[in-house]
Ligand binder design. Structure first.
Ligand code: ADE
Ligand code: ZN
Length: 316
């Protein structure tokens, strides 16, 4: 399928090919026991294990140069998938531990790597990690405020949605908004429709990461449609992690039919054995998406992208 694609929800570390992480582990003599299956894929059986394997894999990414190389590897994968614009979640927690000076060096390494690939445009969404708590989130928000600009255009939150409430992080989201950053948060992946309500009410985000459990609350579905709050839907991720038992029971098509603006992303593609082309192929297979639907979804994504108007116009 040759339609140019836009991806709005991709974790830079979560997009690391297992071989890339293994290579760094070997270079550094780091023992990554328990991280990989015998066939070399990432090893986890549920969301909690996923988060801990993810964090273990991150321990081999120890400096700006590693993140520069990672960015190149990830963007090359995206280019292969026909992606022309991508937004990646970048976490100061894994890039210098929240120190602004260190973060700046990591960010420059990623920005420079991205600038070398003219086939794709990248923007960074600084991401705090919910299970690291609101205080740690503030250090991520300060990094975001200090580096907001042409490359860092958004602020968001990932991690374990079952810990705390969205509103516990309002201070950080307010700081990011005041710095001119656009906002998204993971909600309604694990925390139900209530978590999506909290995201729009307490954090005032304009996009929601996943958001799919909104389907369980008709008033919320109406609200998302009425206010055109865009969902970054990652169906393959949801099925791989067991949010939905299979593709047929995934609510993306129901949400779309009810007027909710949906977009399609891969989240952490090598973890979930997926690619963006595979996601669209399966949407075609299970829900009859044709090229016209795929084009329309990518127009939705272009309009929801955290970029300037001139860049957006080039995507449309
Ligand atoms: N970080 C990386 N992938 C994630 C996901 N699917 N949910 C929450 N946090 C994440
Ligand atoms: Zn995610």
């Amino acid at each position: 399928m040759s339609i140019p694609k836009i991806e709005l929800h991709l974790h830079i570390e979560g997009a690391a090919p297992p071989a890339f992480i293994r290579g760094l582990a070997q270079e550094k003599g780091t023992n990554l026991e328990g991280v990989f299956n015998h066939d070399g894929s990432y090893r986890f059986e549920n969301f909690k294990q996923f988060l801990s394997v993810y964090e273990a894999a991150c321990t081999v990414l120890t400096g700006p140069e590693d993140f520069g190389r990672l960015t190149t590897a990830v963007l090359e994968q995206s280019i292969e998938q026909g992606v022309i614009y991508t937004e990646a979640f970048l976490s100061p927690d894994f890039c210098g531990g929240g120190d602004v000076g260190a973060w700046r060096e990591y960010m420059h390494a990623m920005q420079e790597a991205a600038a070398k690939l003219p086939q794709i445009e990248m923007r960074g969404i600084i991401t705090c990690i919910r299970h690291f708590g609101p205080d740690q989130a503030k250090t991520a928000a300060i990094c975001a405020r200090e580096t907001a600009g042409d490359f860092i255009t958004g602020f968001g939150m990932g991690g374990d949605e079952m810990q705390g409430a969205q509103g516990d992080f309002a201070y950080s989201f307010d700081m990011a908004r005041e710095a001119g950053l656009r906002l998204t948060t993971h909600a309604g992946e694990w925390g139900g429709a209530e978590s999506v309500w909290q995201a729009v009410r307490d954090l005032k985000v304009e996009r929601v990461g996943h958001g799919v459990q909104a389907i369980d609350d008709p008033a919320l579905v109406d609200h998302l449609a009425e206010h055109q709050i865009v969902l970054e839907v990652c169906p393959g991720s949801n099925v791989a992690l067991g949010v939905y038992a299979d593709w047929r029971s995934h609510p993306i098509e129901k949400l779309r039919e009810r007027g909710v603006p949906v977009t399609v992303s891969t989240d952490d593609p090598p973890f979930f054995h997926t690619t963006l082309s595979e996601e669209y192929d399966l949407l075609g297979h299970h829900f009859g998406w044709e090229d016209e639907t795929i084009r329309a979804v990518n127009v939705t994504a272009a309009n929801a992208a955290f970029c300037d108007a001139a860049t957006r116009d080039k995507l449309l």
